[in-house]
Design a protein around this ligand. Structure first.
Ligand code: NAI
Length: 412
């Protein structure tokens, strides 16, 4: 039987692309692997790593950095759509298929679970794989960016929102659909919306994961855990740091302290790493952020300070967490990988440009062109070495995930 092949083009809907190119996504993964292979291997690195939110953005980069930079065995948990014979998978699915393929070629062990990380079932499946295949974990990375969560304790569902708290917020913003600079006003969140966002993006689920691993005796001596956060510049504070998502991130910091206390029993540690703004599926959804990133890219590139997810993940592991280094904590016991982004020189230059940006000068005065390139790359588009006119197979399996049963029988 021959498999149907299709030409895949970007299909952008609002701030998301609803199609993904399997070979382009594979190239995106290989590009990150090449970056890591060009660095010196990480010493005293973890052997067994659980990454929750492992298929795109910071979680994928962390997985690649540790697998290819330290030969760590990884278990990746994520929530992605598999492809069908006539419909592309989501980008994270193709990323993971490519990651596993490259890992297998390099003799690096990898397992993946596609499912809702908030459920008891996915946690139980992960614990089972760790127990049977890995023994114990030395590092747990919590890198979820989820729009909704059902609390497994009572079955209640919550949806996160990106809203200011207390009062409405108006700001210059960029409509990435129309490439137009304008103003947006966001109404303040209700109490229920704040609570829901904390439920989804706060630290409760991270604690549930760590407590489950502890109860099952799967935390290795010296085990570390890190969750990612963002603070950003003042212009984004009403919608980020002081907004609903910021409340959730405060809760993540609360959870970090409790998990740190738990890991002390294993002579380990837990903390938050505040990372820099990068183009990911999650950040493209935040009002104000795409315009800020377009300016930030311009300024940081000109100063040779530009970093994406893989450079950030690499810096965290190689200069702070491992290689016999210590984490350089701030006053709130957070690692600050956003140090270059928030340096006074960079911020002064970004905000000198900020008021001058209009739709007309968007491309000449900011690096919005790079933003667009980076955005398309998230979905496997725009790689010069991929022939997008050649039809491709869409239902690519992830080797460590059993094929999905369909009405027509087993596929894959
Ligand atoms: P992303 O959208 O690229 O990745 C999110 C990951 O979570 C994917 O692997 C996705 O499959 C997984 N996921 C979502 N819902 C899930 C569920 N119910 N069950 C299992 N997996 C699920 O996001 P990004 O940007 O990499 O964000 C990761 C973390 O990094 C977030 O905490 C974010 O706040 C933080 N961060 C992001 C920054 C940015 O500029 N993008 C900056 C600093 C921190």
């Amino acid at each position: 039987m021959t498999t149907a092949r299709h030409i895949v083009r970007p299909k952008i809907r609002g701030y998301i692309c609803v199609s993904a190119h399997p070979e382009g996504c594979a190239e995106n993964v290989r590009e990150q692997i090449r970056y890591v292979q060009a660095q010196k291997p990480i010493r005293d690195a973890p052997r067994n790593v659980l990454i929750i939110g492992a298929s795109t953005g910071y979680g994928l980069a962390s997985r690649i950095a540790l697998a290819f930079g330290a030969k760590a065995s990884t278990l990746g948990v994520f929530f992605e759509k598999p492809g069908e014979s006539d419909r592309p998978a989501s980008a994270g699915w193709y990323n993971t298929a490519a990651f596993e393929q490259e890992a297998a070629k390099a003799g690096i062990k990898a397992w993946s679970i596609n499912g809702d990380a908030f459920t008891h079932e996915v946690k139980a499946a992960a614990l089972d794989i760790i127990r049977k295949r890995m023994g114990k974990v030395d590092l747990v990375i919590y890198s979820l960016a989820a729009p909704r969560r059902t609390d497994p304790a009572d079955g209640q569902s919550y949806r996160s929102v990106l809203r200011p708290v207390g009062q409405s917020f108006s700001s210059k913003t960029l409509d990435t659909d129309k490439n137009a600079v304008g103003f947006a006003t966001l109404p303040p969140a209700t109490d229920d919306e704040i609570k829901a966002t904390v439920k989804v993006m706060g630290g409760e689920d991270w604690e549930l994961w760590m407590n489950a691993l502890d109860a099952a005796g799967l935390l290795a001596e010296g085990c570390k855990s890190v969750a990612y956060s963002y603070l950003g510049p003042q212009v984004t504070w009403p919608v980020y740091k002081d907004g609903t998502i910021g409340q959730a991130k405060k809760d993540l910091e609360r959870a970090a302290k409790r998990i740190d206390a738990l890991l002390k029993f294993h002579r380990g540690q837990a903390f938050i790493s505040v990372n820099k703004a990068v183009v990911t599926q999650a950040s493209s959804a935040i009002p104000v952020v795409p315009l800020y990133i377009a300016l930030l890219f311009k300024v940081m590139k000109a100063r040779n300070l530009h970093e994406g997810c893989i450079e950030q993940a690499w810096r965290l592991f190689s200069t702070q967490m491992y290689n016999e280094n210590f984490v350089d904590f701030d006053d709130e016991r957070r690692a600050r990988l956003d140090d270059r982004e928030l340096s006074p020189e960079v911020q002064t230059e970004v905000f000198a440009l900020w008021p001058k940006i209009t739709t007309e000068n968007l491309f000449s005065e900011t690096d919005y062109a790079s933003y667009q390139v980076e955005f398309l790359k998230l979905f496997g588009f725009g790689f010069p070495n991929i022939d997008y006119e050649t039809p491709v197979t869409l239902d690519i399996p992830i080797p460590s995930i059993p094929p999905v049963a369909t009405e027509a029988g087993q596929k894959g």
